[in-house]
Ligand binder design. Structure first.
Ligand code: SAM
Ligand code: DTB
Ligand code: SF4
Length: 342
């Protein structure tokens, strides 16, 4: 189906929910083969981008996201802290760079940033860039003016997840709407910052919610540059503490479907890797995931130890992707034998 929005490249097709579901439901071997074929057209399949996270303002968040340890509305036992000093952030960033991270992602437990915090945020962006790393921030909702301020500071990426499908959204978060999320994504895109947006599996959603979420992302005026797919880390004291675990094969199917629907995006195997076997992670990389978070802490929860990731990379023959690495389009080999691919 062609895009009906006149502002969008008319040659780019939109994904209908039904098309996305057909991809997702295929026999697994067909889905994986297609995903790996698409992946090889646009990326070196043996390279994985590595991002490092730092919580620059932890806990005490006014939003009620039912998965999150940082919401002030849940008794997760996490105490709120103030925005970190710029020097502290830069010292952490330097360590991450020396350990091989190429992108530094700074997250704050805010509904949206306050104007008084902007000078500190701008100084963090400028300082991390000066270390030679790509910068990413996730600070909650942004209006057009705030997006421009961050763009002017040189911010490379802004992370803002849609988390789940539009129809499941209200079951997970009530203090903001799905439309609010899309509005921030639009402000970010218009300011020229690259968009990082994805979601979480394990929020009680069904398969149609998963593909609907992917269709929303793939059908944005430009698909996000990075698409984090998180697996819920159940947090005691939150409404989703006892949510049913995600079936690993369904998780892999979601990664593969994301790869096919957003062929040029970095698909990030995000939160939840401590609960995944090496084999499951290997399947995710085969399905087209080509980015991870490195370092033993995400924002507030555990991530695999650096040595464990180094062992996994060595076993799989994976190499870190360099900052700003780009695979030229002419490297692509088209395979006309696969009808579903564009
Ligand atoms: N407060 C900002 C916001 O929500 O946009 C930024 C930080 S927020 C913690 C970043 C993302 O982390 C969320 O959108 C969600 O997708 C993910 N996340 C949070 N808690 C999680 C959990 N327990 N398990 C998996 N992913 C989680
Ligand atoms: C994203 O999609 N996942 C990251 C990042 N963007 C900011 C956050 C994961 C958080 C996991 C739970 C925690 O550490 O509190
Ligand atoms: Fe706040 Fe972000 Fe956590 Fe939601 S996900 S409660 S907005 S920190």
């Amino acid at each position: 189906m062609l895009h009906s929005d006149p502002n969008i490249d008319q040659h780019r097709e939109v994904w209908t929910a039904a098309e996305a579901r057909r991809l997702f439901d295929q026999p697994l071997m067909d889905l994986l083969f297609q995903a790996q074929t698409v992946h090889r057209r646009h990326f070196d399949p043996n390279r994985v981008q590595m991002s490092r996270l730092l919580s620059i303002k932890t806990g005490g968040c006014p939003e009620d996201c039912s998965y999150c340890s940082q919401s002030a509305r849940h008794a997760s036992g996490l105490s709120a802290s103030k925005l970190l000093e710029v020097e502290r952030v830069l010292a952490e960033a330097r360590r991450a760079r020396d350990a091989g991270a190429t992108r530094y992602c700074m997250g704050a437990a805010w509904r949206s940033p306050k104007q008084r915090d902007m000078p500190q945020i701008v100084a963090m962006i400028e300082g991390v860039k000066a270390l030679g790393m790509e910068t990413c921030m996730t600070l909650g909702m942004l209006d057009a003016h705030q997006s421009r301020q961050l763009a002017d500071a040189g911010l490379d990426y802004y992370n803002h997840n849609i988390d789940t499908s539009e129809s499941h959204y209200g079951n997970v978060i009530t203090t903001r709407s799905f439309a609010d999320r899309l509005e921030t994504l639009e402000n970010v895109r218009k300011s020229g910052i690259k968009v990082c947006s994805g979601g979480i599996l394990g929020l009680g959603e069904g398969p149609q919610d998963r593909v609907d979420m992917l269709a929303t992302l793939a059908n944005l005026p430009e698909p996000p540059d990075s698409v984090p797919i998180n697996m819920l880390i159940p947090v005691e004291g939150t409404p989703l503490a006892d949510a049913a675990p995600v079936d690993p094969i369904d998780f892999v199917r979601t990664i593969a479907t994301a790869r096919i629907m957003m062929p040029r995006s970095h698909v990030r195997l995000s939160a939840g890797r401590t609960a995944m076997s090496d084999e499951m992670q290997a399947m995710c990389f085969f399905a087209g995931a080509n980015s991870i978070f490195v370092g033993d802490t995400l924002l507030t929860k555990d991530n695999p130890e650096e040595e464990a990731d180094m062992r996994l990379f060595a076993k799989l023959g994976l190499q870190p992707m360099q900052a700003h690495e780009h695979v030229p389009e002419d490297r692509a080999v088209r395979d006309p034998a696969i009808p579903i691919l564009r």
